[in-house]
Design a protein around this ligand. Structure first.
Ligand code: ZN
Length: 510
């Protein structure tokens, strides 16, 4: 009987968690109190029913008992505890995510020192902390972004399948900030972080009107993201702090030639006059010579430069409105991009350097200008925000790991991909995990049963795997320990229709 009550209580908890987030949903103490109360009432109902039927009585009294029980349940549901958290340091928060931006394209000077792709980002980075070795928790948008929004690894938040979604009851940043008195808003331009896949949780205003539909990824959207963000900033309540999340999309394939930058103008090869859907590019990738790959890379740089200019316009406006004195600005990408490295074009399949090493800058008013070289995980920005804003959120969580404020000799970063449910165009599925320390990288391929070990100081790009030695054994042990601490939960999934399958193909995911 108690077990039945507990099962009902659990089901009630799951149902409460699966609904739209409401203020008051998040206080863990209140939630467990309410869940326990629901369990006690449920158990009482079942007990009364069992007793009654055992004595061979009619239905009238059970009906009354049930009615009373339901009334009690409704009473508990209506008992809204109201806002329960308080930010001790309620500064505004601007989180800027640029899709598909490799870390090495945001460094200045880059390569020959002549190509300034991201001057505005460089300026922002110079005013705060630049994490030079930041690693995303996955090589594609949904799991990586969900990790930033929850502070958890993909195996914990569950949004790691191509047919997946971010679903309650994992609490997300916007819910926690709203519960702490923030206005919350988002402007996103990628379907993998839209309302349809669960990323609208906790937002007062969630603008996914720019989300790529069929063919619209062949239009630029960064300018529109900035326009919409500025519009929302102008309409907000100036008396309450805000959390604004922006997701820019343009560096994602398909890369468009931008007349304001000349970098891709000189190419005259076969790709220029041949339709080049990414799936077709992958099939023909062995035909791509250095000039062809260089052209794709130049187009990519132009998309980055254009997006940087639009972010610059946003940051300038914040400065003119005096908001930079009271706003934490975090800049990050969700994953990188391959231009032939490790035999691949685009992203999603592996956890190699070019796909998981991303830019990460943290600017806070009054903070110091600093570069940290130790490896960090992008999900840590969640925990740093909790600390910086003075929000006591799950202080004992095993996932808790803020960004370091000084070098960390023993740092590590884990990334992973687990794609089994949706065979990719190339016929490949992928289950890989990587662990990086400041000195070395170990990539384990679960499907092939193989591993690769690299020296980060001599071979950051992971071109020449080393023979496994004591160092590899130490990393293997460390990864095994990590896996024990963070066991993978089942992926949350959603139905996808024919139109979405077509779009996912165009974007290179299927
Ligand atoms: Zn992405």
């Amino acid at each position: 009987m108690l077990l039945a009550g507990a099962a009902l209580a659990y089901a009630s908890g799951v149902m409460a968690g699966a609904g739209e987030a409401r203020p008051g949903d998040l206080d863990p103490a209140m939630k467990s109190y309410a869940t326990a109360a629901v369990g006690v009432v449920s158990a009482s109902i079942l007990f009364a029913l069992q007793e009654w039927s055992a004595r061979g009585r009619g239905i009238a009294l059970p009906g009354v008992v049930c009615g009373l029980g339901i009334a009690a349940l409704l009473g508990i549901a209506a008992m809204d505890p109201g806002p329960t958290m308080q930010a001790g340091n309620p500064q505004n928060v601007l989180l800027v995510v640029v899709d598909t931006l490799r870390s090495d394209r945001t460094e200045l000077p880059v390569g020959d020192g002549l190509r300034e792709r991201t001057p505005h980002l460089a300026q922002l980075a110079s005013r705060g902390t630049r994490y030079a070795s930041a690693y995303s928790q996955a090589p594609w948008t949904m799991p990586s972004t969900a990790s930033m929004m929850t502070g958890e690894y993909p195996g914990q938040h569950g949004a790691y399948s191509l047919t997946g979604r971010l679903s309650a009851p994992v609490p997300v940043l916007a819910e926690i900030l709203r519960e702490s008195g923030y206005q919350t808003a988002a402007v996103v331009s990628h379907g993998f972080v839209s309302k349809g896949v669960g990323f609208g949780q906790g937002f007062d205003a969630f603008d996914d009107a720019l989300v790529i539909g069929k063919n619209t990824h062949r239009e630029r959207s960064s300018g529109k993201v900035t326009d919409r963000a500025l519009k929302w900033l102008g309409s907000r309540d100036a008396d309450a702090p805000f959390f604004l999340w922006l997701h820019y999309f343009d560096p994602h394939y398909e890369y468009l030639d931008n007349p304001d930058w000349p970098w891709a103008d000189d190419y005259d090869g076969w790709l220029k006059t041949t339709p080049h859907e990414i799936a077709g590019l992958r099939v023909q990738r062995h035909r791509l010579g250095p000039d062809d790959l260089g052209w794709l890379s130049d187009l990519y740089d132009e998309e980055i430069a254009y997006t940087d200019r639009e972010i610059g316009r946003l940051i300038d406006a914040l400065g003119q409105q005096g908001l930079l004195d009271d706003t934490v600005v975090i800049f990050v990408s969700d994953h990188g991009e391959a231009f032939g490295e490790h035999g691949w074009i685009g992203h999603t399949l592996t956890v190699h350097e070019e796909l998981v090493h991303v830019p990460l800058f943290w600017y806070a008013p009054g903070g110091q200008s600093l570069t940290i070289a130790s490896v960090v995980e992008t999900r840590s920005l969640f925990w740093s925000l909790m600390d910086h804003l003075g929000i006591a959120w799950q202080p004992d969580s095993p996932s808790r790991r803020p960004l370091p404020t000084r070098e960390e000799p023993d740092a590590y970063a884990v990334s992973g991909v687990s794609l089994l449910d949706a065979p990719l165009m190339s016929g490949k599925t992928s289950v890989q995990t990587s662990i990086r320390t400041n000195d070395a990288t170990l990539i384990v391929d679960r499907l092939r049963g193989s591993e690769a070990y690299y020296d980060r100081s001599a071979d950051l790009d992971e071109n020449a795997p080393l023979a496994a030695d004591e160092g590899a054994a130490a990393l293997r042990a460390r990864l095994a320990d990590w896996e024990q601490r963070f066991p993978t939960t089942e992926a949350a999934t959603r139905e996808i229709d024919a139109e979405e399958i077509e779009l996912l193909k165009e974007l290179g995911y299927l």
